[in-house]
Design a binder for this molecule. Structure first.
Ligand code: ZN
Length: 113
């Protein structure tokens, strides 16, 4: 499962951080997940519960911040949120766009003690 690998990578960073600050427990983990990152938040939550079992992060809160897609038009440079699968600029109707946000898979915060 793709999501399990992502969670394992994030937890590896979390455990390393906890060790560095001499923490014994991880209480909260927050990740930012882009709407077009290919990661399913529900699967990520499930993977988190599985991967944290019998670790210092067992029972910790897991928060997923969903990041909507933002594009910049390559023609007129306006920024917009695409409507569905068509990345059409609402200002000039150009169909191509630079994706500014929406592909994130990031560990953004940790609470340890
Ligand atoms: Zn445009």
């Amino acid at each position: 499962m793709h999501e399990l690998g992502i969670v394992e990578d994030a937890l590896e960073i979390a455990f390393e951080h906890a060790r560095r600050v001499d923490a014994e427990r991880i209480h909260r983990v927050t990740m930012r997940i882009g709407a077009i990152s290919g990661v399913a938040p529900d699967a990520l939550r499930f993977a988190f519960d599985v991967a944290t079992r019998e670790t210092m992060a067992e029972g910790s809160a897991f928060e997923v911040e969903l990041v909507p897609v933002r594009c910049r038009c390559v023609e007129c440079e306006s920024e917009f949120a695409p409507d569905g699968l068509f990345y059409e600029c609402p200002a000039c109707r150009t169909l191509s766009a630079d994706i500014l946000a929406g592909r994130e898979i990031e560990l953004t915060s940790l609470e340890v003690s």
